[in-house]
Design a protein around this ligand. Structure first.
Ligand code: GRG
Length: 271
């Protein structure tokens, strides 16, 4: 089945089922914790980025391959949220309207549940590489590089940001990297050419930063954000600029409305 013949709702249903299968039905605390952290919640933004990346190039990809990449990136995203909530990081008691993983399962298990989600993502990607071959392995590489950049971004965040430039660099690594990795992985899976991969990465970098700015604007109590530094109006302007830049790239290099509509939807999102 080709990704061009599957709509967004069908794709997300396939991702959900594959996430369940990947995590499994074991009854050990780590299995339960992974299900708690990952299933039944989350907007699935990054799987959608893989989907749109695979559809953007005018070529086509096998749906199973795209789903496999989407599952891996969603597992990585959920590991990052579990670890981000830990006492040594943001120390958050709640996530997605329920107790955060370490509050529910204990601190040590919280660390392990995050570790296991990341490890499971590697298993999913390597299974995919064995099954689908070298173009899939190349796509998978984009995801692992993005995961490395995300950790780098978190480390920059812990050091603290002094200027707008510092914040934008941190946002680029912590948030936009995974979004860009999802788009470029999807595009590579659809055998995109070099320029298409570059340009979709640039588009995604812009919407990734806009996504983080939208998050900051919603999170009024957060002192550690560029909104506190430059003010709400300037942050809104920046968000608009990033979204417009992304749409300009789409107009020049891609066909159809999907990518522009997605950029605009992320920019006006609610929690
Ligand atoms: C601890 C290794 C490590 C990394 C943490 C991604 C990250 C780095 C921390 C998460 C906290 C945060 C504010 C990240 C910015 C990106 C962001 C807005 C995450 C929330 O993503 P959504 O809104 O979450 O897509 P859902 O719940 O919908 O999946």
């Amino acid at each position: 089945m080709k990704i061009s013949s599957i709509n967004k709702t069908e794709f997300l249903a396939m991702v959900e089922q594959s996430l369940k299968n990947a995590i499994g039905y074991g009854n050990f605390v780590i299995d339960e914790g992974m299900r708690y952290a990952t299933l039944d919640g989350g907007k699935r933004v990054r799987p959608l980025c893989v989907y749109y990346g695979a559809r953007a190039t005018g070529r086509d990809a096998e749906a199973d391959e795209v789903v496999c990449l989407a599952v891996a990136i969603e597992l990585i995203h959920n590991y990052s949220l579990v670890h981000d909530d830990l006492p040594a990081m943001d120390n958050d008691d709640y996530r997605r309207g329920k107790l955060s993983v370490h509050k529910k399962f204990g601190h040590a298990n919280g660390i392990l549940i995050g570790d296991q989600l990341l490890t499971l993502a590697s298993c999913v990607l390597l299974d995919g590489a064995r099954a689908y071959g070298s173009h899939f392995a190349r796509a998978a590489q984009e995801i692992t590089i993005a995961a490395k950049r995300m950790v780098q971004g978190q480390a920059i965040d812990l050091c603290g940001c002094q200027s707008e430039e510092d914040y934008l660099d941190m946002y680029s690594q912590k948030t936009a990297a995974l979004i860009a990795g999802a788009f470029t992985a999807g595009a590579i899976c659809a055998e995109a050419d070099y320029e298409q991969v570059e340009k979709i990465g640039e588009y995604a970098e812009n919407i990734g930063i806009a996504f983080q700015l939208a998050d900051d604007l919603l999170d009024e109590g957060n002192e550690n954000s560029v909104v506190t530094l430059i003010g709400e109006e300037a942050a809104k302007d920046l968000l608009l600029q990033k979204t417009e830049k992304a749409c300009a790239i789409v107009r020049e290099y891609f066909v159809g409305e999907e990518l522009s509509a997605f950029a605009k939807a992320l920019a006006v999102r609610e929690k």
